[in-house]
Write a protein that binds this ligand. Structure first.
Ligand SMILES: Nc1ncnc2c1ncn2[C@@H]1O[C@H](COP(=O)(O)OP(=O)(O)OP(=O)(O)O)[C@@H](O)[C@H]1O
Ligand SMILES: [Mg+2]
Length: 352
C-alpha cells in the first residue's frame, strides 16, 4: 500500500509541504536541520498516530502554532485518504477515508509503515514497551481480531488501576475481562513469534551474524496462569495501586548465548540486531500476508561500516517495498537510483 501523496502542515520546522511520492525509491536530501527527519515523522504519523522520535505530541507541533496536520493518500490496492491531527492539550485524532478512527491502532491497518532510524538500537537497549509495540504492530496485520482484544484488555487494565486507587475492594471485578482478553493477546503474540522464527533466523544471520534468540516473556510468573497470577499479586497490586500481572507487562527478551543482548552488544551490533527485528517482520508480512509496508530509512548509513551497510542494503532491496530515505549526500544511490528526489532547504521541499 504505497503512499502516493503526502501533505503536512505545521510539523516541526515545516509550515507546509506537499509531496507526490513514487511507489519505489524516494530520496529526501538536504543539509542538517533542513527538515528531512521531520518529513519522515509526518509519514510515520499517518500509519502510527505518533512519532518515532518522541512520545510527546506537543513537540511535533510547529512553535507558535496550535494544530499540526498530516494528510496522505495510499494507492493500490486501496486508494484511501488518511488524516492525522494533533492539537495542543488534546488527544491525537485520526480519520480514514473520511471516517474518524475509533483508535489510532486502526491507522496501522490503513497504512503499514516501519522506520529504521539512528535511534533504532533503543529497541534492544531500552525497557519492554518498544519491543511490545514492535511485536503488536505485526500481530495487528496478521490477526484481524487482535485490535479488538487489545483495546478491550487495555480498557480493563485502566479501569482496574483506577479502581485500585479509588475503591480497591471493587478492583477484582475486572479480573475476568483481563484474563479473557489477556489470554487472547498472549496466544496471538506467541503465534506471531513462532511464525517469525524462520525469517528471524535468516535475517539476523545475514545482517549481524550473531546467535540471537527472541523469547516471549508473558508479563507474569510463567509457572502460573494469568488468573492465578492475579490472585498472587493482589496484595502488591492493592498496595501500589497498579496491576502488576498481564500482557501489558510482557517483553520480548533479546538474548545471545544466555546473556541479555543489551549487556554485551556494541552500539553498532545493537543497531544491526534491531534492524534485523524490523526487516524479519517485513519479510514475513510480505511472504505470508502479501503485505508490503512502506519503509522509512533515516540516514541509513550512520554508524554502519561498509561491509555491514552492504549487507543491510541487500536485505532492504530484497523486500521490494516503497522506500523513503533521507541523506545528507545529494548523490545517494546505495539502494538503486531514486525514482524521485526531493531537496529540502530552509524548510521548503522541492522535487528535483
Ligand atoms: N516544534 C518545532 N517547531 C519548529 N521547529 C522545530 C520544532 N521541532 C524541531 N524543530 C526544528 O526543525 C529543524 C529540522 O529538524 P530535522 O530533525 O527534521 O532536520 P534534519 O534535516 O533531519 O537534520 P539532520 O541532517 O541533522 O538529521 C531543526 O532545526 C529543529 O530545531
Ligand atoms: Mg535528521
Amino acid at each position: 500500500m504505497p503512499l502516493a501523496e503526502l501533505a503536512l502542515e505545521n510539523l516541526r520546522c515545516i509550515q507546509r509541504a506537499e509531496l507526490v511520492l513514487a511507489p519505489g525509491i524516494n530520496l529526501i536530501r538536504g543539509p542538517n536541520a533542513s527538515g528531512k527527519t521531520s518529513l519522515l515523522e509526518g509519514i510515520y504519523l499517518l500509519g502510527r498516530g505518533r512519532s518515532f522520535r518522541t512520545r510527546n505530541p506537543e513537540r511535533l507541533i510547529r512553535h507558535g502554532e496550535e494544530v499540526l496536520q498530516a494528510m496522505g493518500r495510499t494507492s493500490w490496492p486501496t486508494n484511501q485518504r488518511i488524516r492525522v491531527k494533533m492539537a495542543r492539550h488534546q488527544p491525537t485524532s485520526g480519520e480514514i477515508a473520511g471516517v474518524p478512527a475509533g483508535s489510532l491502532a486502526q491507522l496501522a491497518q490503513a497504512f503499514p509503515v516501519q522506520v529504521i532510524e539512528p535511534g533504532i538500537h533503543k529497541l534492544i537497549e531500552e525497557a519492554s514497551p518498544r519491543r511490545r509495540r514492535w511485536l503488536d504492530w505485526a500481530v495487528f496485520h496478521v490477526e484481524p481480531n487482535f485490535i479488538d482484544s487489545w483495546q478491550r484488555y487495555a480498557r480493563a487494565v485502566r479501569q482496574r488501576n483506577a479502581a485500585l486507587r479509588t475503591a480497591p475492594d471493587t478492583a477484582r471485578v475486572w479480573d475476568g475481562e483481563l484474563v479473557r482478553h489477556g489470554d487472547a493477546i498472549t496466544s496471538a503474540r506467541l503465534r506471531l513469534l513462532e511464525s517469525l522464527k524462520p525469517y528471524w533466523a535468516d535475517t539476523v544471520r545475514r545482517l549481524a551474524d550473531l546467535p540471537v534468540d527472541l523469547r516471549y516473556a508473558p508479563g507474569w510468573n510463567q509457572d502460573l496462569s494469568l488468573e492465578e497470577s492475579l490472585t498472587e499479586s493482589w496484595v502488591r497490586d492493592r498496595h501500589r495501586g497498579l496491576s502488576h500481572s498481564g500482557p501489558h507487562r510482557a517483553d520480548v527478551q533479546v538474548r545471545i548465548d544466555g546473556h541479555t543482548a543489551r549487556d554485551i552488544l556494541s552500539r553498532g551490533q545493537q543497531k544491526l540486531v534491531a534492524t534485523a527485528m524490523v526487516l524479519a517482520q517485513l519479510k514475513m508480512l510480505g511472504e505470508r500476508m502479501a503485505l508490503v509496508p512502506t519503509l522509512l530509512l533515516d540516514d541509513p548509513a550512520a554508524e554502519l561500516d561498509a561491509e555491514k551497510l552492504a549487507r543491510f542494503v541487500e536485505q532492504v532491496k530484497s523486500l521490494h517495498c516503497q522506500l523513503v530515505l533521507t541523506s545528507l549526500n545529494p548523490e545517494e544511490g546505495s539502494f538503486g537510483p531514486p525514482d524521485r528526489t526531493f531537496h529540502v532547504e530552509q524548510r521548503r521541499v522541492q522535487p528535483v
